[in-house]
Design a protein around this ligand. Structure first.
Ligand SMILES: Nc1ncnc2c1ncn2[C@@H]1O[C@H](COP(=O)(O)OP(=O)(O)OP(=O)(O)O)[C@@H](O)[C@H]1O
Length: 358
């Protein structure tokens, strides 16, 4: 089992409140990823679950048991850190065995767990080396191995891949995903890398300034962000956020106008918007196509030809910056102006409280 529940959890350091009213239910076996900008409280939340820190108020329940006041050792969880946290003077084998020897596990059981973890993580050839004789990727495998041998109720991983180079991160990402599939153990994973979040998570928890903004499956967050913050945070390049004015509202649509001659009729019922209201139109860079009627005219500021894709940066006549992504070769790399068209069915409309209304 590995069901984790947080009820009304707050954490303050003196007067600084870093977590506000966190309510989160992580089902057994789920891969949950906590994302958000630097300083939003992801690591603090993970440390509270781990028992390395205690909430100022609220409760933490693991498998139906209130562990709010329990020590880290009594929670049956295993943590993996960005910095690996291996003992430098011990061999890999000793690093893996250390926690198990401390709880006086029989030697034969320790050895069989080490062999199993070594096989799973392909670290068998390095068991007699010290951490200083390993590459970054190998060290991180050992750090994960040390968690695996403990057979924990849940894995808590704090940016485990951020010290690795780009190529290795991709490999390790796939391996972590495979590990979760094999072990089916709950994993709670902190990252600020949204590709990691999108590819690893069963559910993503998006945080901002100590609060949860939205919890959902990766593609639900991408297609149905609850608010402007989540819309801007999930997806790369970032969603274009264009200020618009509501010109009219009828039963099932809102008409808006904006910079560069932008005019759009967006299907939405009960938006609460009225003519004259300020709103924000969200358009994903991949949802633009070139030219046609109703297009937004803009001056090109940069074209990045990446091969399979071309990223166009442009400024509308009203000074609105836009980013559009087209297929490779779809745009003349020397173009000075561009006409950007979007499908009103694919855009997002946000009210002045930053909530999505369509
Ligand atoms: N021991 C502490 N004392 C005082 N403030 C702290 C302490 N630990 C964390 N904070 C503050 O709490 C806030 C949240 O920090 P936390 O490390 O949880 O953020 P994070 O989202 O994990 O950030 P990052 O992505 O940069 O690691 C920050 O403003 C940080 O300065």
């Amino acid at each position: 089992m590995g069901q984790i529940t947080l009820n009304k959890v707050d954490r303050a350091y003196g007067k600084l409140k870093v977590l506000h009213d966190i309510n989160l239910d992580i089902p057994d076996g789920e891969f949950t990823v906590l994302v958000g900008p630097s300083g939003c409280g992801k690591s603090t939340l993970l440390r509270l679950i781990a028992g390395l820190d205690k909430p100022t108020s609220g409760e933490i329940i693991i498998d139906g048991k209130d562990v709010t006041k329990a020590s880290a050792a009594d929670r049956g969880l295993a943590m993996v850190f960005q910095s690996y946290a291996l003992y430098p003077h011990m061999t890999v084998r000793q690093n893996l065995a250390f926690g198990l020897e401390n709880i006086r596990m029989p030697k034969s059981e320790i050895e069989s767990r080490i062999q199993e973890a070594a096989r799973m993580l392909e670290i068998g050839p390095y068991l007699d080396r010290r951490p200083g004789q390993l590459s970054g990727g190998q060290k991180q495998r050992v750090a994960i191995g040390r968690a695996v041998v403990r057979n924990p109720t849940a894995f808590l991983l704090d940016e485990p891949l951020s010290n690795l180079d780009a190529e290795l991160r991709i490999t390790m990402r796939a391996e972590l995903s495979g590990l979760h599939e094999r072990l089916t153990t709950t994993m709670v994973y902190v990252t600020h890398d949204q590709v990691e979040a999108m590819t690893l998570a069963d559910r993503i928890v998006v945080m901002r300034a100590g609060r949860i903004e939205q919890i959902g499956k990766p593609l639900d967050l991408f297609h149905r962000p609850a608010n402007l913050f989540v819309a801007g945070f999930i997806g790369a390049p970032r969603m274009n956020l264009v200020p618009v004015t509501v010109t009219s509202v009828d039963g099932d649509a809102v008409n808006v106008e904006g910079p560069g001659g932008l005019e759009a009729r967006i299907a939405c019922k009960d938006s609460g918007l009225a003519p004259g209201d300020a709103a924000t139109l969200g358009i994903r860079p991949h949802d633009f196509s070139e030219g046609g009627e109703d297009a937004i005219e803009a001056e090109v500021t940069l074209i990045e030809a990446l091969g399979p894709e071309t990223v166009v940066h442009a400024n509308t006549d009203g000074g609105q910056k836009l980013v559009a992504v087209f297929g490779g070769g779809a745009v003349d790399p020397e173009a000075e102006r561009v006409s950007l068209r979007f499908d009103p069915e694919r855009v997002h409309l946000f009210n002045s409280d930053e909530q999505r209304v369509n």
